[in-house]
Design a protein around this ligand. Sequence first.
Ligand code: ADP
Ligand code: MG
Length: 308
Amino acid sequence: MDEFELIHRFFSHHAPGGGVVLGVGDDGAVLTPTPGTQQVQVIDTLVEGVHFPKDFSPADVGYRVVAVNLSDIAAMGAAPRWMTLAVSLREADESWLEAFAEGIYAAAAEHDVRLVGGDTTQADQVVVTVHMTGEVSEGRALRRSGAVPGDTVWVTGTLGDAAGGLEGLRTGRLDRELLSRYARPSARVGYGQKLADVASAAIDVSDGLLDDLGKLLDASGVGAEIDIDRLPISTALSSNFDTETCRRFALSGGDDSELCFTTSGDKAPDGGVMNVTAIGRITESRDLTTRLNGEIVEVAESGYRHFA
Ligand code: ADP
Ligand code: MG
């Protein structure tokens, strides 16, 4: 199978429309932006053995590389529109590519984002990159930098599930629900767009709550107090791990694809079936303090935040 055939077979499924004047097949894609919008551009790479295990299902690799980009788009309050895809493979393994493409298109279909181009190369390691473009009404993109003292800190969904799923992959103690939270994360795209009017700052939780909240705090020049007992933990997680492990995953586990955001009042938009939980407040002191039952557990200073 030559490269042309491979691209035609696996990566040319999207019909015209959705602002695509010219998609896969020419030297470049031609896209029509929506009047009155600004573009949000994000990119994320998954490296085999680093960001997913070597024997990870190719359909899940495809799904995840789209989902992690969608999560960044969601954190900006934008609507995803188009993406390009760079794939490096050891060889043109047809069954791998077929499953991988299926995962790509499944994630794309959930949010009506179109694959408009890409690059396919041979390498010693599987590396997949998606670059995604979203649109947001002029001046309305969410940022990390707008939180002020007194704001409420919120998170969507539940935390730590992806870390629980990954731990299950390592130990062989598999829980289907946790595994799917790792392999097929649901980016909070619709909810992110609802936040454009109400959130003072937002970030997606991809490296763990403390790490990502720390970035939001640094960008805003503030600190926060977080109540560990209010962290949203799923039944799936708590029925597979003890309380301390659940809390550790919720605070420091990565790959959750949830949103962490701040609001000036104590109200957040309704998440429908998804929980939206207030977990603490923004402080003038730049420390990130965690409390359990009111008692201080740990204080991480700005610029030197590290948690065990
Ligand atoms: P060029 O040599 O002009 O860069 P290529 O032969 O690499 O073009 O690619 C041909 C077409 O196929 C281009 O439109 C490119 O965007 C698209 N393409 C290549 N690889 C992929 C991929 N993995 N997914 C989607 N589109 C791809
Ligand atoms: Mg060319």
